[in-house]
Write a protein that binds this ligand. Sequence first.
Ligand code: ZN
Length: 367
Amino acid sequence: MAAAANTAAGRFSRRDALKLGARAGLAALPFLNGVPRVIAQAAQVSPPSSPARPNPNFPAVPSWETELRELAPGVYAYIQAGGPGRDNVSVSNAGVVVGDDGVMVIDTLTAPIHAKNFIAAIRNVTDKPFRHVINTHHHSDHVNGNQYFGPAEVVGHTYCREEVLKMIPGPATWPKRDGWADGTEPRRIVAPSTTFDEKMTFHYGSTVVDLIFMGPAHTYGDIVVHLPQHRLLFAGDIAFYYVAPFAQNAHVTKWLSAVDRITAMDVQTIVPGHGPIGGKAELTDMAGYFVLLKREARKRYDAKMSPGRAAADISMGKYENWIGPERIVMDTVRLYAEFDGTLVPSMDVEGTRKATEEYNALKQPGR
Ligand SMILES: [Zn+2]
């Protein structure tokens, strides 16, 4: 398996994989960064339909800017710019907690330049050393920057560590890409070295930081970072605001249960994995995407419609204006597996490829 993976890695650079993924309408699939077998298969997918245009019958999605925003004393959200007409590929968010003698970072972004910009923003507010990196889940747009925070201890769920370890084969340097990497940075995937299964608590000065397992949801290893004194939650990719949620490794129904658990918590501010800072109202809004999609997908599943055709057939209303509406394809494939009882933690690459081809063909202009 390792030999096959290395061969595939030699044929497809990460940049190539992302380009191929972009052509396939799978541009922001984080798994493309690190799993050569999947890259090779994703390369088989045909070109997509033209980009979706906003539906004027529904609210336009706002844009948001890159910022390090202080949400409580010594606690910051790092939001990366996004919104309509921008390159939203793998644009994820992160967090910072400054303690008495060190800094905790919550997720480390996609590639060297994202991580370096994040560190530069942190250095505007503190010069204390990095002590802990928390990975909310294993997707590469949350863990790829881990290497820049050494010797901080990297902490994540047991499942997260197992999945990051699988990502390790790949190029020795980060492939050059504007805004991502200059082509010279050594590539080193750093998995969590400290793991837990249910809950872990840190005391950063007087700030209590609870890490709470909230999966399966977006993945089978999601954790959230709760700061109870500040009624603040870093939700990782359990929360997508104004960005269509990915479900390629998800259990959608349990994800909705996780949303219910968060809604029942004493939380006021939620930092999503993707999109601007919000709260419970935005989280409920995102859950509405899955409630609608699950209901509509179920009807088509029962009518024996293929998932690609179902994804092309379903009207998502206001969610069609969210960033990345084509993610409905992988999300529908995932729901079909849930309906079938065949769901497993890893992505159904072949099923998604077939569904994407069918969806793209049906969505061609003029049809
Ligand atoms: Zn994710």
